[in-house]
Write a protein that binds this ligand. Structure first.
Ligand code: FES
Ligand code: FES
Length: 178
């Protein structure tokens, strides 16, 4: 058995220690060592995107990164999206626009979209469509996923009363709430 290394992983704002073999993927460390099973295992070779997490804000396929490489990075998984048992605006939008059926691919799409919208808050529909083409969904079809992300982007940009209300409020309102 190869030597194991004690590493610290900064995940969703908390530091976790894990004793891992050098070959262990970030995906396996998240699921098996940290118990964060919201990140799903699909193809395990970088094609489907079901394992997408944010590493220093960038959407990354966790099956293609070794856990030891992720030390000293800020990692966000789908478990970081909700707060106090409430869905995030993006999660609500997926629900409201029927952006999922079986839900297997959904954590990956959510994290892909979260990272994308942080980098490109003014993305138009075509840019969103291009971004989500990185991940595979076998059952929903992409139309409603694009609808959900597009609606979230519009809500987050919304600053005037004339814009359509975001279900559950937009992120600016959330931050202003004590
Ligand atoms: S499980 Fe990582 S890309 Fe498919
Ligand atoms: S919702 Fe079933 S694979 Fe995407």
């Amino acid at each position: 058995m190869s030597e194991r290394h004690l590493i610290g992983l900064n995940v969703n704002g908390a530091t976790h220690e894990a004793l891992v073999e050098p070959r262990k993927t970030l995906l396996d460390a998240l699921r098996h060592d940290l118990g964060l099973t919201g990140t799903h295992v699909g193809c395990e070779h970088g094609v489907c995107g079901a394992c997408t997490v944010l590493v220093d804000g960038e959407p990354v396929r966790a099956c293609l990164m070794f856990a030891v490489q992720a030390e000293n990075s800020d990692i966000r998984t789908v478990e970081s999206l909700g707060e106090n048992g409430e869905l995030s605006d993006l999660q609500r939008s997926f629900r409201d626009h029927h952006g999922l059926q079986c839900g297997f691919c959904t954590p990956g799409f959510l994290m892909l979209a979260e990272g994308f919208l942080a980098q490109q808050p003014n993305a138009d529909r075509e840019e969103i469509r291009e971004a989500v083409s990185a991940n595979l969904c076998r059952c929903t079809g992409y139309q409603t996923i694009v609808d959900a992300i597009d609606a979230t982007a519009a809500c987050r940009r919304s600053t005037s009363d004339t814009e359509p209300a975001c279900p559950g409020g937009n992120s600016a309102e959330k931050e202003a709430t004590p």
